[in-house]
Design a protein around this ligand. Structure first.
Ligand code: BG6
Length: 463
């Protein structure tokens, strides 16, 4: 075998509560449930989060399918809006508890290690309406209360917790680039939300450690989407621009999660531009003292950056683009359906960056993947989707990851997005990512060619 992975390597894929479960029996709405209710047109083919992949009802059969394609682990998230009855006191909803409890037991029975995320974009709508969601520090306390409840209920069985999934996407989607409800363009709020989410994560980690839940190998981390920034050229201005994009989009969460401190350069720029968040010494100390045990890294695409040609027009307000411009690199390899560049080598660069600049903290790829529209046309006469492009995609990324591991990076697993085609935040079912296809009409699930290929890789711990 050419590419052999470390012992006990996690092989699997990730989904999230809101994207897989369906809203069945859920008493509260998340911001996405609310958004769909008020603006169904914002979602591809007007398909909302009601049924999704029916995981709430079919989790037993679904988990068995995951097992059948070689998984030894998977990630999903608990929905705050399903588990909790009263957000201020974190009392539990009995049916929500029953569901997550049974799901965890079933996964363990099948020999699947669950990685559990506490927040995957799905802020309770009530907390947005009442407090402005992540703009509020009170919400960070409520999040810690909810997190503590999850640890109390499930940490006897869950050994891998993550506080947030891709918090930077919340900041970008909700407050800067208008792709999550309520689609604001407000950098001041964006930065306060970024600070408050970092704080919320640290408060949850504190609850985990103070409560003594970090026993018997149990650990807590965060899932970050890293978009390595590559400068157009070696010209100083391009390099500086790429460095700022890296600090803003990656290190604002990465440094804080791992090192307990915001990057100094970011704090300097934001202070100079009068954009710095409100903080207290006590909060900064709390973040410094409550860093993650491990990282989940979602990698989809790099960021190509050049220096701005002109002065940024600040009349409509501050934006991070004051310090860089996106660069459309000629000849870049694209996934045309999602509009994201495919660049496997970035996974190696991430591995080395973590090794050299983040204390070689344990980490794993918590998402990587390729969303493709119209996969039905690849279904063969035996009913299997021949997604050879996905096999190539995974193989190439694994080769680069392997090189990073060979050079000493402390990576303990590889999860794809996603096990079974699932609902997406506004693309709904446009692009399919799964190893297993979903027929939306009848909920029939069939293993794709990539699923059979992955089974071999996982069972051989390499290829
Ligand atoms: C990540 C998220 O951003 O990428 C997932 O954690 C998401 O929730 C996935 O579904 C793919 O992105 P999209 O927008 O194509 O669904």
């Amino acid at each position: 075998m050419k590419y052999e992975f470390p012992k006990n390597f996690l092989w699997g894929a990730a989904t999230s509560g809101p994207q897989a479960e369906g809203t069945f029996n859920k008493k509260h709405r998340s911001v996405f449930d609310y958004w769909y209710d008020v603006e169904p047109d914002a979602f591809f083919d007007k398909i909302g989060p009601a049924v999704t992949s029916n995981f709430y009802n079919s989790y037993k059969e679904d988990l068995a399918m995951l097992k059948s394609i070689g998984f030894n682990s998977f990630r999903t998230s608990i929905q705050w809006t399903r588990l909790i009855d009263d957000f201020e006191t974190a009392t539990i909803d009995e049916d929500g508890f029953r569901f997550y409890n049974d799901l965890i037991n079933e996964a363990l029975k099948l020999g699947l290690t669950p990685v559990i995320t506490l927040s995957h974009f799905d802020l309770p709508y009530e907390l947005y309406e009442k407090y402005g969601g992540w703009e509020s520090k009170h919400v960070s306390d409520l999040f810690a209360l909810y997190a503590k409840k999850c640890f109390e209920l499930f940490s006897d069985r869950i050994k891998n917790w993550t506080t947030f999934n891709e918090p930077m996407v919340v900041v970008e989607g909700q407050y800067l680039y208008q792709f999550h409800y309520p689609k604001l363009v407000d950098a001041k709020k964006a930065l306060q939300a970024a600070y408050n989410i970092n704080l919320s994560s640290a408060k949850a980690i504190k609850a985990f450690k103070d409560g003594g839940f970090d026993k018997n190998g149990a650990r807590i981390g965060i899932v970050l989407n890293l978009t390595p920034s590559y400068a157009r050229s070696e010209d100083k201005k391009d390099v500086q621009a790429a460095n700022f994009a890296d600090i803003f989009f990656n290190r604002m969460f990465l440094d804080t999660a791992v090192k307990g401190k915001f990057p100094e350069e970011l704090v300097e720029v934001l202070s100079r531009d009068k954009m710095l968040w409100e903080s207290t010494d006590e909060e900064l100390k709390l973040m410094d003292e409550n860093t993650v045990d491990f990282l989940g890294i979602n990698y989809y695409q790099p960021r190509r950056i050049k220096a701005r040609d002109d002065e940024f027009d600040e009349s409509k307000g501050w934006m991070p683009e004051k310090y860089f411009d996106n660069y459309i690199m000629p000849g870049r390899r694209m996934n045309p359906y999602r509009g994201w560049e495919i660049y496997p080598k970035a996974i190696y660069d991430i591995a080395i960056n973590i090794k050299e600049n983040y204390n070689n903290i344990p980490w794993y790829i918590s998402e990587n993947g390729m969303g493709v529209e119209g996969e039905e046309k690849f279904r063969n006469k035996d009913g299997m989707i021949e997604d050879k492009y996905r096999i190539d995609f995974v193989r190439e990324h694994l080769e680069c990851l392997h090189k990073g591991i060979e050079e000493g990076s402390n990576c303990f697993g590889y999860h794809m997005w996603t096990p079974i085609d699932c609902w997406s935040w506004s693309n709904a079912y446009k692009n399919r990512y799964g190893f297993i296809s979903l027929n939306l009409e009848n909920q029939e699930k069939t293993i794709k060619e990539s699923g059979y290929w992955f089974k071999e890789v996982a069972e051989n711990n390499g290829f």
